[in-house]
Design a protein around this ligand. Structure first.
Ligand SMILES: Cc1cc2nc3c(=O)[nH]c(=O)nc-3n(C[C@H](O)[C@H](O)[C@H](O)COP(=O)(O)OP(=O)(O)OC[C@H]3O[C@@H](n4cnc5c(N)ncnc54)[C@H](O)[C@@H]3O)c2cc1C
Length: 257
């Protein structure tokens, strides 16, 4: 198999890359994901859709030793959409000064002035300030209304008020700081809006995009004589990788032209 682009990992970023790169019909794209693929919302397990809980059933099962001798689960998504399919959905932008600092350190395209239009383009945020928010992008952003807050959340905000923190309604506004309901990438009926749903869903069906799930990339090889060619070697699982199928075999999978 030969492709113009091979993306290893169909996670938060991989799913977006696959969707954006395959917009050009002349470019062939292969997206390889170690976990399972769910092609539509109907077949996506409820755990991946429920934004109120981290989905532990599609995780790599990693652990982190936070202090010597004490390990805690360290979830990472192993599924199409990656950790965006299992995560907490808080859609919080960084501080403008941080982006400007990265740019000053060498990542010249990361200034706040350059990333703000990208943030605006990727979101559909009806509740934020119009000057710094976009409408019509693939990712819906919303804030919980007062009536949706849990008693503990209401109590927390009340205490913030008593302590004279400014009440704000748009944490993603570059000049605002205070307490209030945060921005989440979820729908009005609380579906987690992973990049698998927000981006990949509309790219499916393109003849130039192939998604290969349950496939663990083992190594990549640059062919020294053909500088730009990369071979990808992977284990393909028959059945679901989640079920730890043993019928996997290592094979050369694709070549990037
Ligand atoms: C529980 C949890 C809660 C989080 N909450 C938030 C939040 O509220 N807000 C926020 O902004 N961020 C949150 N994050 C962080 C955010 O989800 C990650 O920063 C983001 O997903 C990273 O994107 P990525 O594309 O680098 O990796 P991932 O999204 O993790 O994608 C990597 C993909 O590559 C695949 N892969 C890895 N190795 C291979 C291989 N060898 N072969 C084939 N495929 C492979 C994986 O299965 C996975 O699908 C959370 C993360 C977790 C785990």
């Amino acid at each position: 198999m030969q492709f113009d682009e091979i993306i290893v990992g169909g996670g938060f970023s991989g799913a977006v890359l696959a969707a954006r790169l395959s917009e050009d019909a002349r470019r062939t794209v292969l997206l390889i994901e170690a976990g399972p693929d769910y092609k539509d919302i109907e077949t996506t397990p409820a755990t991946l859709l429920n934004c109120r809980r981290v989905a532990h059933d599609h995780s790599w099962g990693c652990e982190a030793e936070i202090v010597p001798g004490r390990s805690v689960p360290y979830p990472r998504g192993k599924v199409i959409g990656g950790s965006s399919s299992v995560n907490a959905c808080l859609a919080l932008r960084g501080m403008p000064s941080d982006y400007d600092e990265w740019a000053a350190l060498g990542g010249v395209d990361w200034t706040w002035a350059k990333v703000l239009p990208v943030f605006m383009r990727m979101e559909h945020d009806l509740g934020g300030s119009r000057d710094v928010h976009g409408i019509g992008g693939p990712t819906p952003i919303r804030r919980y209304a007062d009536s949706e807050l849990w008693p503990a959340q209401k109590a927390f905000l009340r205490v913030c008020e008593l302590l004279e923190f400014v009440t704000i309604h748009d944490h993603n506004h570059p000049s605002r700081s205070g307490a209030g309901s945060g921005p989440w990438n979820i729908t009005s009926d609380n579906v987690r809006m992973s990049t698998a749903i927000a981006y990949l869903l509309r790219a499916r069906g393109r003849a130039n995009l192939k998604v290969l799930p349950d496939t663990l990339v083992d190594r990549m090889r640059d062919r020294a004589s053909w500088k730009r060619l990369t071979q990808v070697m992977a284990k393909r699982f028959v059945g679901s990788a989640q079920k730890k199928s043993t019928s996997a075999k290592l094979e050369w999978l694709g070549i990037a032209r």
